[in-house]
Write a protein that binds this ligand. Structure first.
Ligand SMILES: [Zn+2]
Length: 453
């Protein structure tokens, strides 16, 4: 049992309840009490956390990532998406399970220490001799204590069939579907409080056949798991879809049966107003990745318009090869800034930005009943941010201090009531060791690639 007292609290519940000084009581993996002032009597044996100078929020939810990319950061620095992919596919083709483990541990460490308690991952590169890459990233997540929703991704449309990736890194459709079903069988835990759920995630319209998109959707719906893919990231993708299918990316996806409240889509930068309405009408969710979109010069997603349409919107860091920082906390600020560059100073408030990173993310993953807000009965995924330092102490409003200020130190991060970060450091695993392993992995991967190309 844990009692946190004396902190400001932003619950991000439906009413936007906040306390300037309050308490949280956690028993096993759930929140059992929360409110203003000190905790009620009856919890004398609990571990007590002094929350003075801190703000408690729900743990952040990361809705889009490619953990393997941690070891290919800093490459293709001035490239557009298609140029960047074309340069990186041959490097990623040399990935193996040992490299994957080092990359995933580093990526997850960056997420946890930036306040993220739940993350998805979209892994779509499965070279034939790479070993069990999905098992490696699951081991990384279990080892560091994050709640994990890995997506079994795929590509089956190689260059010889009009796709963008080289043929050597695409799989055939039957193998993809069999491996995806096996991943669900082996890892997917649908029970309440689940730490591990699988989603089905063919990569993108320009690397996956329409047949695989349709069959992947049928598989996901037969097994009761969620669907994820990239969509409408760049103008080049829109041109590709118009030329090849005579449709916009959203029309193409709708033809394939891919709009619905069991689907969340990464990016969605280039949407017309009819598409935004379709997302709202169908409950199709969006993982907004503002830093990655800026890094690749892709554009700014219409987040304010999507929120007005009723579509769920969460945040994603995206793979670290297009967002070297790989931290989710700073994406709150980035989301607010780009929304205002697009729509003016009232386009997104600090509280809306916090909601994108918490309750919005929980909706993307279909876990709004358990995650994304601090309420009695919900899972105890709690971030306690230190706001009494130079960067934050005199900002008038704690939510503004968190969102608009510099990245805040995570004093405590709980995942299902278990401490995974304390005083800004991982509770399990050493950051310097993880960084050293990632450096060695990155060097080995780039050396192997250079030796072959
Ligand atoms: Zn991505």
């Amino acid at each position: 049992m844990i009692v946190i007292e004396g902190c400001a609290i932003a619950t991000v519940d439906a009413a936007g309840t906040e306390h300037t000084s309050g308490h949280l009581v956690i028993e096993d993996n759930r929140i059992v009490a929360l409110g203003g002032g000190p905790a009620p009597a009856g919890y004398e044996t609990a571990r007590r956390v002094d929350g003075r100078g801190c703000l408690a929020t729900p743990g952040l939810v990361n809705c889009h990532h490619h953990l393997y990319q941690w070891i290919t950061r800093g490459l293709a620095q001035q490239a557009s998406l298609f140029e960047w992919l074309t340069e990186l596919y041959p490097v990623w083709a040399r990935l193996d399970a040992e490299l994957e483990l080092a990359a995933a541990r580093a990526g997850i460490a960056a997420l946890l220490t930036s306040g993220c308690s739940t993350s998805t991952d979209h892994h779509y590169v499965f070279p034939a001799a790479a070993g069990d890459l999905l098992a490696a990233e699951v081991a990384a997540a279990v080892g560091l204590g994050i709640r994990f929703h890995p997506c079994r991704g795929s590509m089956d449309l190689g260059r010889s069939r009009g796709g963008l990736p080289p043929d050597e890194i695409v799989e055939d459709r039957d193998s993809v579907l069999a491996a995806t079903e096996a991943a669900i069988e082996r890892y997917h835990d649908p029970s309440p409080g689940s730490m591990l759920r699988i989603a089905v995630a063919p990569c993108s319209p320009f690397s996956v056949s329409g047949e695989l998109m349709r069959e992947a959707a049928a598989l996901a719906r037969r097994r009761g798991v969620r669907l994820h893919t990239h969509l409408a990231e760049t103008v080049e993708e829109e041109a590709y879809c118009r030329e090849r299918f005579g449709r916009t990316p959203v029309q193409y996806l709708e033809d394939l049966g891919w709009l619905g409240d069991d689907v969340w889509l990464a990016h969605c930068v280039h949407l017309d107003s009819a598409s935004v309405r379709r997302f709202g009408d169908t409950g199709t969710a969006v993982a907004h990745c503002p830093s990655s979109n800026a890094r690749l010069g892709a554009g700014i997603a219409p987040v304010a318009e999507l929120l007005r349409s009723g579509a769920p919107v969460g945040l994603g860091v995206d793979g670290a090869a297009s967002n070297e920082a790989g931290q989710l906390g700073p994406e709150l600020r980035q989301a607010l800034l780009v929304a205002r560059l697009r729509g003016g100073p009232a386009a997104l408030t600090a509280r809306q930005a916090l909601a994108l990173g918490t309750s919005g993310g929980a909706r993307c993953l279909g876990r709004q009943d358990e995650l994304g807000s601090l309420e009695p009965g919900k899972l105890a995924d709690v971030a306690l941010w230190r706001l009494d330092d130079l960067g934050h102490a005199d900002v008038a409003d704690p939510v503004a201090a968190l969102v608009l200020g510099p990245p805040a130190r995570v004093e405590l991060l709980l995942v299902g009531g278990r401490a995974v970060v304390e005083g800004g450091e991982l509770c399990i695993g050493s950051q310097s060791e993880i960084a050293g392993d990632a450096l060695a992995a990155s060097r080995r991967l780039l050396e192997v690639t250079e030796a072959i190309t």
